[in-house]
Every structure is written in structure tokens, then in C-alpha cells.
Design a protein around this ligand. Structure first.
Ligand code: ADP
Ligand code: MG
Length: 386
């Protein structure tokens, strides 16, 4: 275990902070009693404080290593930059945190002032630059994943209480009513004007499955603009790296053990200048009568995806794509996810962990992944040609 401390373990660290609190969910009706939640739901504070700590990095080109921690987008965020001095590091971290808070305010489905809240209330509205980018990409991902990634799943996510933490199990009748309106194919989008319009009433959109990946990609741009050449972020366990360490060495990114997310790591991936983004059934969930219900919804059933995958990690340069695909692979299940990877192997690599303790890893990254837990002695390396 000691060896682990020397690794970059931000994803695990942040989840320990967020996930160690077992919270009793507020109970609003009969269905929500005796529900335990994975983490308390809090909205990002209006006065988000970024606490920054500085240490000596030991690297001549960037002697200061600064880490900024704060809470936004309903999770713990950690930014780490290597810089020539403290002032440069602070500016980069402050600018990065400000960007995330800006995106959170704009994209949140819960904040009455957010663009998305407004559109969901009215059934139509105009997106600005960030929204247009996310909408265009989300439509593309919807098509490519054959509907597994679907931002219009929002009415169903809401029915399960994942937006408010007032958890409940929707009846089959409710889901049958919501399924036909919870599809991207029912929304119209004018890309030139940025105008989105719902074709049916009570529809809604939610960029929750892609927002953190987009935010991490934006962070890399901001760090670069501040002259930083080596940095990383962990946004609720979603990691993106700017280059490697100041001496060019790779970073080591821990992949959480989905069966013991606060204690242990499934393995460590060596990586440079890319995103390592994970969706897991342990990240946001509630339990009722011994059954776990998590927040990644299979758009064909309206229920939490239940196909044996317990965590899906996407590795690639594009943080936005990585986040969307991590969510989509989780929904697809191993066989469809593997077929999907084979037809998009130029775009990304992946690590899927299944409930039979197997790690399925695409061949492009297999040689830089080191399992850390004996539980996962079963490693299935996926080849491009099957
Ligand atoms: P996390 O936000 O924990 O990193 P994900 O990226 O997998 O995890 O996003 C899960 C969130 O995405 C859910 O909370 C919900 O808002 C939304 N979501 C759930 N199911 C889907 C889906 N099939 N397609 C797109 N978004 C989804
Ligand atoms: Mg995602």
C-alpha cells in the first residue's frame, strides 16, 4: 500500500472525500424512506472557496507544485499545476476554478438562473457558445452510440430523484409515460441560431454525462494560456492531464476499485497528455431493500443500466468525448461496448470492470496498466480484430 502513496491518486482521494459520508436522504414520500445515498447532494456554493497549497516539486523547470481544491458540479475538484513560481500557479488555478464555476452556473439543471434550467422550463431557448458546443457534440454522440448517450434522458433521471437526492423508484407506468419523451430524437436544434426546441411537453436536457469532461478539456486550455506546461485535474474522479511531469515522465492515474471505491484501486494507468474518465455505479446511487440504484440510465428501459459493468473508463485526448463515451459504454454492456470500441479504436481506449471481477482492457493501453488488487487477476485484453 505504501507504494500507492507515491502515485498520483487524485481520483481516489476526491472520492474518499465525497463518498465517505453516508447520508440519510431526505424523505419526501413513502418510497424514499430507508434509503441511503452514496454522497450528500449539495449545490455548488455561490462563494466557492478554492484552497491552494504549495510544495516544492523537485523539478528545475517548474519548481512549484500547487494544488487547488474546491467543490463544484456536485463534487470535489482538484487542480494541480507545476509552475515557475507561486504567483503563476495561483493565477492558473484561480482561472481554472473560475471557469468551472462559470460552467456549473450555466449548465446546472438545478439552478433557476442557468441556461439549461431556463430551456427545460420553457421547452425552448437559445444556447450560447458553450451550450452550442455541447449540444452539437451530444447530438453526434447520441447518433454514434445508437442512443446509449442521450442528454434528453433528463425527465427519467429526475423521476429517480437523482437531480435532488429525493430518491424514489418510479413505477413502470411512470417510466412508460416518460420513455417516449426522454429521447434526443424528440428535440429540434437549429445549429446556426443555437435554438433548441422540445417537440413534446415535459421534455428536458441534462449535460451531466458530459459536463465534467468538457470542463476538464477547458482547464487544459486555460492552463496552457497561463504558460503552464505540466498540470492535471481530477473533477470528481475524472482525470485529465496536460503533458507529463515537468521532466517528461508520465503521470500515474489510479483507477478506483468499484467494489471498494474509498479504500482501494483496481489499478494504475501510466499516461501523458490525455483524459482518463470513469463512469461507475458506485459514484451516485441509493439503496432500497438491499438493492442498489445508480445514476447511469439505460435509455431503452429508463432504469439504471444493469448489464454487469460496474465501471467504465475511457482514455483519450478529448475529455468531452471521453466523458460521453464512458457513460455510453456503461449503458452498452461489455459485448456492445467492445464492438463499439473496435469500430472507433482510433478515437479512444477503454477499461471496463465487470461484476465477475474481470478487467477488460483495450490492447492500445494494456501494457501501461498495472492491476493493484488481486481480486482482478482476470484481465481480458481486447484486440482490435476480435
Ligand atoms: P459522473 O457524473 O458521476 O462522472 P457520468 O459521466 O456517467 O458520471 O454521468 C452520469 C450523469 O449523466 C447522470 O447523473 C445523469 O445526469 C446523466 N445521465 C444518466 N444516464 C445517461 C445517459 N444514458 N446518457 C447521457 N447522460 C446520462
Ligand atoms: Mg460521462
Amino acid at each position: 500500500m505504501k507504494k500507492l502513496l507515491s502515485y498520483l491518486l487524485l481520483s481516489a482521494m476526491v472520492f474518499c472525500l465525497a463518498g465517505c459520508n453516508e447520508a440519510e436522504a431526505p424523505s419526501s414520500n413513502g418510497d424514499t424512506s430507508h434509503i441511503t445515498a452514496s454522497q450528500p447532494h449539495e449545490s455548488a456554493g455561490e462563494n466557492t472557496n478554492v484552497s491552494i497549497s504549495y510544495t516544492e516539486s523537485g523539478f528545475e523547470s517548474a519548481p512549484i507544485k500547487a494544488t487547488g481544491d474546491f467543490f463544484a458540479m456536485d463534487t470535489v475538484m482538484s487542480l494541480q499545476v507545476y509552475a515557475k513560481d507561486e504567483a503563476t500557479a495561483k493565477e492558473a488555478i484561480d482561472a481554472g476554478a473560475a471557469e468551472i464555476i462559470r460552467l456549473d452556473r450555466k449548465l446546472s439543471t438545478n439552478r433557476p438562473k442557468s441556461d439549461i434550467y431556463r430551456i427545460n422550463e420553457k421547452g425552448e431557448g437559445t444556447l450560447d457558445e458553450d451550450g452550442r458546443y455541447l449540444m452539437t457534440r451530444s447530438l453526434d454522440f447520441y447518433k454514434k452510440t445508437n442512443g446509449a448517450f442521450d442528454i434528453a434522458i433528463y425527465p427519467i433521471v429526475k423521476a429517480w430523484g437523482f437531480t435532488t437526492s429525493e430518491f424514489q423508484i418510479p413505477s413502470n407506468a411512470t417510466l412508460e409515460k416518460l420513455l417516449p419523451i426522454s429521447r434526443t430524437s424528440e428535440l429540434s436544434y437549429d445549429a446556426d441560431k443555437g435554438v433548441v426546441k422540445f417537440n413534446k411537453s415535459d421534455m428536458g436536457i441534462d449535460f451531466g454525462g458530459i459536463a465534467k469532461g468538457y470542463a476538464s478539456a477547458r482547464l487544459m486550455d486555460i492552463f496552457r494560456e497561463h504558460g503552464i506546461e505540466s498540470a492535471l485535474c481530477s473533477l470528481g474522479g475524472n482525470v485529465q492531464l496536460l503533458n507529463g511531469k515537468p521532466n517528461g515522465d508520465a503521470f500515474k492515474v489510479a483507477i478506483q476499485n468499484p467494489f471498494a471505491p474509498n479504500e482501494d484501486y483496481a489499478g494504475v494507468l501510466t499516461a501523458i497528455d490525455e483524459a482518463v474518465i470513469t463512469s461507475g455505479s458506485y459514484q451516485r446511487y441509493f439503496e432500497k431493500d438491499g438493492q442498489r440504484y445508480h445514476h447511469i440510465i439505460d435509455p431503452t428501459t429508463g432504469k439504471p443500466a444493469d448489464n454487469g459493468i460496474v465501471s467504465s473508463t475511457v482514455v483519450c485526448k478529448d475529455g468531452t468525448l471521453a466523458d460521453a463515451y464512458a457513460t455510453a459504454l456503461f449503458v452498452m454492456g461489455v459485448d456492445d461496448a467492445t464492438a463499439f470500441w473496435r469500430s472507433h479504436a482510433d478515437e479512444f481506449d477503454m477499461i471496463l470492470i465487470t461484476d465477475d471481477d474481470t478487467i477488460h482492457i483495450s490492447e492500445g493501453i494494456a501494457d501501461r496498466f498495472e492491476p493493484m488488487d488481486q481480486r482482478f487477476s482476470n484481465i481480458n485484453v481486447l484486440s482490435r480484430n476480435g
